[in-house]
Write a protein that binds this ligand. Structure first.
Ligand code: SF4
Length: 263
């Protein structure tokens, strides 16, 4: 079942059954996330959910599936993901009715990059690293978001300095749509609690020190005290460590707008 399935209808009154042993603070966060998801998917019917199969995205997939929201769920297979991420894609396919489309980069662009810079050319300098991300992530993302009104993400403010200003609902000028981050104010502990309460499948790498997981050659485990995204492109300066998926066209981070534009 996908958001493109015209027969699927959003379940507007579905109630998330909170396990009785869960903390009441988690119950309030779940209710709040469910409300913003329901309201905005109803308000922006052409909605997409981009998942990288990180723990936050698994929480969102679980919520979207329980609420039976009509969204186009997709992931970007860069061709350089961990085996553990592919195993989780399979697990999610078995567990959820919500289908996640897998998008690949343009073959010719990947081949040109590899011919010019080698298979690991993204390590040479920041410009080449960003070029690799542009080919393997940004172009497929733009394709997936083309024509969409709403982009649902698992961004959280606590994840890194580059995400400290993430708003729950902001206007994304790059893609010309609204971006919804229902877990923006969730902590890592909130995510863990949800995963445990609902037995959500997660990437096996999380238990091995990888709180944030991207491409295999560009992700390492973090040390105690490091921010959650310190293991992404660790050879670069902290404020350069984004792939560009969540950066505004002028290079500044996308901040919360005062109010969404009128539709
Ligand atoms: S994370 Fe690394 S391998 Fe993946 S697209 Fe970006 S530079 Fe390329």
């Amino acid at each position: 079942m996908t958001g493109q399935d015209a027969t699927m209808k959003t379940k507007t009154h579905a109630k998330i059954e909170i396990p009785t042993h869960s903390h009441s603070a988690l119950a309030r966060r779940i209710d709040a996330a469910a409300v913003v998801l329901r309201e905005n998917v109803a308000r922006f019917p052409s909605a997409a959910f981009a998942t990288s199969f990180g723990a936050e995205d698994m929480v969102l997939l679980d919520l979207i599936d329980r609420l039976e929201l009509a969204v186009d769920a997709f992931t970007l297979d860069t061709g350089r993901l961990h085996d553990e991420t592919y195993a989780l894609m399979d697990a999610a396919r078995r567990r959820y009715r919500t289908r996640v489309r897998v998008l690949f980069p343009e073959r010719e662009a990947v081949e040109r990059f590899v011919a010019a810079h080698g298979v690991n050319g993204f390590r040479d300098n920041v410009a080449q690293r960003k070029q690799c991300c542009a080919i393997r992530k940004l172009e497929p993302l733009a394709r997936a978001l083309d024509g969409k009104q709403l982009w649902i993400t698992g961004l959280r403010r606590e994840q890194s300095p580059t995400r400290a200003d993430v708003g729950i609902l902001v206007h994304d000028a790059t893609h010309g749509l609204m971006k919804l981050s229902p877990l923006a104010d969730w902590s890592a502990a909130d995510v863990r609690e949800y995963v445990e309460a609902f037995a959500v499948p997660v990437n096996a790498l999380h238990a091995r020190g990888f709180p944030s997981i991207g491409c295999a050659p560009c992700t390492r485990a973090i040390a105690p005290g490091e921010d959650e995204r310190a293991g992404r492109w660790w050879w670069e300066q902290p404020l350069q460590r984004e792939c560009g998926l969540h950066i505004a066209p002028n290079g500044w981070r996308v901040r919360a707008s005062k109010a969404p534009p009128a539709r």
